[in-house]
Write a new protein. Structure first.
Length: 382
C-alpha cells in the first residue's frame, strides 16, 4: 500500500492529507478521498468536509456537501452544529440532512437550536420531511403558535409566515405519534383567529389520524354545535363516516337544532361540492325544523341541489310541498330553472320517490333528436 494512496491515508486517519487530495484532485481519486472522510466520520473529518464545502470551486464544494449528507457518526454532530450556527446558509441544507439522519441526542439538540433561528427555520422544516422525531413535536407546536400569534404587517411577511405554518402542519400530519394529534388539537383550540386555510389544513390532518384524531376533532366540534366555523371545519373533512359516527355519539339531543342551524349556514356559504354532505347530515338529524329550512333553501336556490330534492322526497311531510314547488318552477320560472325542475320531477318519479300527480302536470319538449330542451306546465290554469 503506497504511502500516498487514499487507502493508506484513510487507514491512518490522515484527515488533513485526505482533505488536500479532495481539494486538489479530480475524478476518481477525489471521490475516494471524500468518501474516506465520510467513512471516518468523526468530528475532525466532519470539519474537513465542512471546510471543503465552503470552497468557491464547485468541483470541490459539490462532492463535499454530498458527503456531509452521508455522515452518520454522532461524533460529527458538534462540528456540524457549530458550522450550522456560524456558517449559516452556505452549508445549512447538507448539515441539516446529516443531523436529521443521525437521530442521536446531540443531533436533536442541534436541530432544536436551528429551528429557533429564523434564518434556518425553512431549511430545518424541509430537512425534517419524512423524518419527524417525536422529540421534535413540542418545538414544532411552539413554532406554529409563535407564527400564528401575531399577524405580520407586510403582505410578503404574511405569505412567508403562512407558508411556514403549512409546512409545520404537514410535518405534524406525517408524524404517527399521539403528540402530533395533541398539537393539532391544541392549535385549533387556541388559534381560532388563525387564517381559515391553516385551520382547515389542521382539521384535515386530525381527521386523517385514525380514531384518536377523529375523536379530537369530533370533540372540538361537539363542544359548540352553534359555532358555524367549527361546523365548516367538519364539513371540509367529509366524507368520513367514522368521524360522523363519533360526532353523533357525543352530540346531546338538545344540540340537534343548533347543529341543524349551523348546517344550513354552511349550505349558504360553502361551495357546491360540499352540499351533498351537508344535506346528508341534515337528513340524518331527522328534525322537522331542519327539513323545513332545507325545503325553503331548496326553493330559494331554484332547485340547485339534486341531493336536497331526494332528501325532501324521502319524507312524507316535505314530499307534497316539494312536488308543488317543482311544478311551480316549471310554470313560472325561466328556461334554465324549468329544465332543472322538470328533470328533477321526472327523475324522482322514475326512482319511485314521488307519485305521478306532479309529473302529469308538466310536459317535456324535445328537439328533432329527441333531446329534452324545455318543460311546459299543462295543468289547470288559474
Amino acid at each position: 500500500m503506497s504511502l500516498f494512496s487514499v487507502e493508506y491515508l484513510k487507514e491512518k486517519k490522515k484527515i488533513g492529507a485526505l482533505a488536500r487530495v479532495a481539494r486538489r484532485s479530480r475524478g476518481e481519486k477525489q471521490r475516494k478521498a471524500v468518501r474516506a472522510l465520510t467513512e471516518i466520520g468523526d468530528g475532525e473529518a466532519a470539519r474537513a468536509l465542512l471546510g471543503l464545502a465552503l470552497s468557491d470551486d464547485i468541483a470541490v464544494w459539490e462532492p463535499a456537501q454530498a458527503a456531509i449528507r452521508g455522515l452518520s457518526n454522532e461524533a460529527a454532530a458538534p462540528a456540524l452544529c457549530d458550522a450550522l450556527l456560524s456558517d449559516g446558509y452556505g452549508v445549512a441544507q447538507c448539515v441539516l440532512a446529516a443531523l436529521t439522519n443521525m437521530g442521536g441526542e446531540l443531533a436533536l439538540n442541534g436541530l432544536l437550536k436551528a429551528l429557533e433561528d429564523p434564518r434556518l427555520t425553512p431549511d430545518v422544516l424541509a430537512a425534517l420531511r419524512g423524518n419527524v422525531r417525536p422529540e421534535l413535536i413540542p418545538a414544532l407546536e411552539k413554532l406554529l403558535g409563535e407564527l400564528t400569534e401575531k399577524e405580520a404587517a407586510a403582505s410578503k411577511s404574511r405569505l412567508w409566515q403562512q407558508s411556514l405554518c403549512r409546512e409545520v402542519i404537514e410535518l405534524l400530519t406525517e408524524s404517527e405519534d399521539i403528540a402530533a394529534v395533541k398539537a393539532l388539537h391544541h392549535f385549533l383550540r387556541s388559534r381560532e383567529k388563525a387564517p381559515v386555510r391553516l385551520r382547515v389544513q389542521a382539521a384535515h390532518a386530525l381527521a386523517s389520524k385514525g380514531q384518536a384524531g377523529e375523536e379530537a376533532l369530533a370533540g372540538y366540534v361537539g363542544e359548540d354545535f352553534s359555532d358555524v366555523e367549527r361546523v365548516v371545519l367538519l364539513m371540509e373533512c367529509m366524507p368520513n363516516e367514522e368521524l360522523l359516527d363519533i360526532l353523533f355519539e357525543v352530540m346531546p339531543p338538545a344540540s340537534a337544532d343548533e347543529f341543524g342551524q349551523s348546517l344550513m349556514a354552511c349550505l349558504n356559504r360553502m361551495e357546491q361540492g360540499h352540499w351533498k354532505y351537508i344535506v346528508a347530515l341534515l337528513e340524518r338529524l331527522d328534525r322537522d325544523n331542519a327539513r323545513s329550512a332545507l325545503l325553503m333553501w331548496f326553493v330559494q336556490t331554484k332547485a340547485a341541489s339534486v341531493d336536497a330534492a331526494y332528501a325532501l322526497a324521502r319524507h312524507g311531510n316535505t314530499r307534497p310541498v316539494l312536488v308543488k314547488r317543482l311544478v311551480d318552477m316549471v310554470r313560472f320560472e325561466d328556461k334554465d330553472v324549468r329544465l332543472r325542475a322538470g328533470d328533477l320531477l321526472y327523475r324522482l318519479y322514475a326512482d319511485k320517490r314521488i307519485a305521478e300527480e306532479g309529473v302529469h302536470l308538466v310536459e317535456a319538449k324535445t328537439d328533432d333528436e329527441g333531446k329534452v330542451v324545455d318543460y311546459e306546465y299543462i295543468g289547470y290554469k288559474d
